[in-house]
Design a protein around this ligand. Sequence first.
Ligand SMILES: [Zn+2]
Length: 88
Amino acid sequence: MAMSRAGEPQVLEGEWECMDCGYIEEGSSNRRPKACPECNSSGEAFEFFEYEEVDDLDDDDLYDDDDDDDDSWDDDTDDEVDGDDWDA
Ligand SMILES: [Zn+2]
């Protein structure tokens, strides 16, 4: 994420948690709750926590790599077993 442009505040998706009572409100980083409906604390009692990003593309890459490794390993094992059988 680029943070180089100072005039463009970044808006993150996540949740606001009231540090006084633990109340959680989902929202965006630029929308601090005005007050806590649970304990009536002011919005300053809230702290923002960003959602963790789920990256499906990374999973695909990992799967491809595993496939390649399996192929070479199988070939190696087959050769060794064949040789032993014929020798004995
Ligand atoms: Zn609260």
